[in-house]
Design a binder for this molecule. Structure first.
Ligand SMILES: [Zn+2]
Length: 258
C-alpha cells in the first residue's frame, strides 16, 4: 500500500510539549484524521517562521510529511487565531478546559468531523460569550452527546419512566435522573433542583443560538458545575477503565494467538 508523502489538513492544537532540543510535539485535532501527534521541527527556535502559527487553540491549515515514527508539520497557515482566548486569562482557562476535555474523550486516529466542528465553534463561542459558565456547560453536553456519553435527563435511569420536571435526583453512577421510586438504585444519588434539571435539558436539546437567552443565577451555576463536573469525572474514569480493559484483552489475545 503506497501512501502519499505529503498530506494536508486543517487542525486545532490541543497540546504542545517540548521535544528534543528545538522541536515541539503537537497533539492536534483534525476533521478527517481525528486526534494525531506530530512533530514541529525547530518550532522553539526564536526566529522560526512556523512557531508563531503553532500555539494552543489555534485553528490552522497544515501540511504534513510522513515520518518514520511521527509525521512532521512542514507548513502552517493560520485560519482562526481566536485572539481573545490568548489575551484574556479567564477565557484561556475555559478554552483549556474545552480542549483538555476533548483530548480526554478521544482516542488517536479516530476521525470525528462533527466533534472537530464543535470544538472549532466552541472556541469561537468562548472567545465572545458573556457567560463562560453556561457556554462551557453547553459545550460539555454537546461533547458528551457526540461521543456517546450523554446523561439521560428525560427518563429515569432506574425504571425508564418519563421524569417530571420537578425537584428530582441525579445519579452520576447510573448516568442521569432518577425518579423518587428508584432512589434505592443508587445510594449515592444527589438531589438536583428543578432549575438545574430544566437548564440542563434546555442546553442538551437547543441550538447554541438559544443559550444567549438564558440568565442564570450564581447558585444555579454552582449547582450545574458540580453536577457536570462529577458526571464528567465519572465517565472519564469509566472510559479509562474500558480502554485499559480493551488493551489488556488485545494483549492477551495476541499472546494466545502467537
Ligand atoms: Zn424510576
Amino acid at each position: 500500500m503506497s501512501r502519499e508523502r505529503l498530506y494536508r489538513s486543517e487542525a486545532i492544537v490541543l497540546r504542545r510539549q517540548d521535544f528534543g532540543e528545538a522541536d515541539r510535539l503537537l497533539t492536534l485535532f483534525t476533521p478527517g484524521l481525528g486526534k494525531i501527534r506530530v512533530i514541529a521541527k525547530g518550532a522553539r527556535k526564536p526566529r522560526s517562521r512556523k512557531a508563531g502559527h503553532i500555539e494552543s487553540f489555534m485553528r490552522t491549515k497544515m501540511l504534513f510529511a510522513r515520518g518514520r515514527n511521527l509525521d512532521l508539520v512542514t507548513q502552517a497557515e493560520l485560519v482562526e487565531p481566536y485572539r481573545p482566548l490568548r489575551e484574556d486569562l479567564v477565557r484561556v482557562t475555559y478554552a483549556s478546559h474545552a480542549v483538555e476535555l476533548l483530548d480526554r474523550f478521544t482516542a488517536e486516529n479516530d476521525a470525528h468531523p462533527e466533534l472537530y466542528h464543535l470544538l472549532a465553534e466552541a472556541l469561537g463561542w468562548l472567545a465572545e460569550t458573556r457567560d463562560l459558565l453556561l457556554t462551557t456547560r453547553y459545550y460539555e453536553l454537546r461533547l458528551l452527546s457526540l461521543t456517546g456519553f450523554q446523561p439521560q435527563l428525560f427518563q429515569c435511569v432506574g425504571c425508564g419512566r418519563v421524569v417530571e420536571p420537578q425537584d428530582q435526583y441525579f445519579s452520576t453512577e447510573l448516568g442521569g435522573v432518577l425518579c423518587p421510586d428508584c432512589l434505592p438504585a443508587d445510594p449515592r444519588r444527589q438531589p438536583i433542583s428543578l432549575g438545574a434539571l430544566k437548564t440542563l435539558r434546555y442546553l442538551q436539546t437547543r441550538p447554541y443560538s438559544a443559550v444567549g437567552a438564558l440568565r442564570v443565577r450564581r447558585s444555579l451555576h454552582d449547582e450545574l458545575e458540580t453536577v457536570m463536573h462529577n458526571y464528567l469525572q465519572h465517565q472519564l474514569e469509566r472510559r479509562l477503565q474500558s480502554a485499559d480493559f480493551l488493551k489488556r484483552l488485545r494483549r492477551e489475545h495476541v499472546s494466545v494467538t502467537n
